[in-house]
Design a protein. Structure first.
Length: 191
């Protein structure tokens, strides 16, 4: 959907009187005098607002004899709501794509082609990305003896004690009596 049409729609809908009219028409069709009476407004005011709502196709009219009834155009309302949702989802997807690209760049920089860690980054944000990358091979809910965890870490880096300590410091893992277990992701350190 064109951004200008979306802006025009939401500008039109940004008026409290029009929103009240939409609420009334959602209950069923009404003629102008009935809308004016229910909202306590003059017929010319109602005519003005109905004209604005018709411009964005939110309401349509049907004549019944000498009376014109106004109806809410529900499919159009749904269409604009979906367009707004699509717009926000596109922004979210773009944000996620950029974040994934940034993460991959850090991983490519700090790991060799064979998957070995060159060195632990000093910058916290990059360090967390590196540590989370190393955790991918561990299973949630599984308990690891210190020796098992050391062997796993050695695949990435020889100084397993430093990496193991970083896992604990940043709440990636929990240690009790030499047994290690992954914490839920909600507990992990944030960038």
């Amino acid at each position: 959907m064109q951004l200008s049409r979306l802006v025009s729609f939401f500008k039109t809908m940004g008026d409290p009187t029009r929103l009240r009219m939409i609420k009334l028409l959602a209950e069923g069709p009404l003629h102008g005098q009935a809308i004016a009476g229910k909202l306590g407004l003059t017929p010319p005011t109602i005519t003005h607002h109905l004209h604005k709502l018709r411009e964005v196709n939110v309401v349509y009219q049907r004549r019944d004899g000498n009376t014109i009834y106004f109806y809410l155009n529900k499919p159009v309302m749904d269409h604009y709501a979906a367009a707004l949702t699509d717009l926000t989802e596109q922004a979210e997807k773009e944000k996620d794509r950029k974040k994934a690209a940034e993460r991959q760049k850090v991983i490519d920089h700090f790991f060799t082609c064979e998957g070995r860690l060159k060195h632990l980054p000093a910058q916290r944000k990059k360090k967390l990305i590196v540590l989370e990358h190393m955790l991918k091979g561990l299973k949630k809910g599984e308990k690891y003896e210190e020796k098992q965890l050391n062997e796993y870490i050695k695949k990435f880096h020889d100084d397993y004690a430093v990496i193991r300590r970083e896992f604990i410091i940043h709440n990636y893992m929990y240690r009790e009596n030499g047994i290690y277990e992954l914490n839920p992701e909600e507990m992990w350190a944030k960038e």
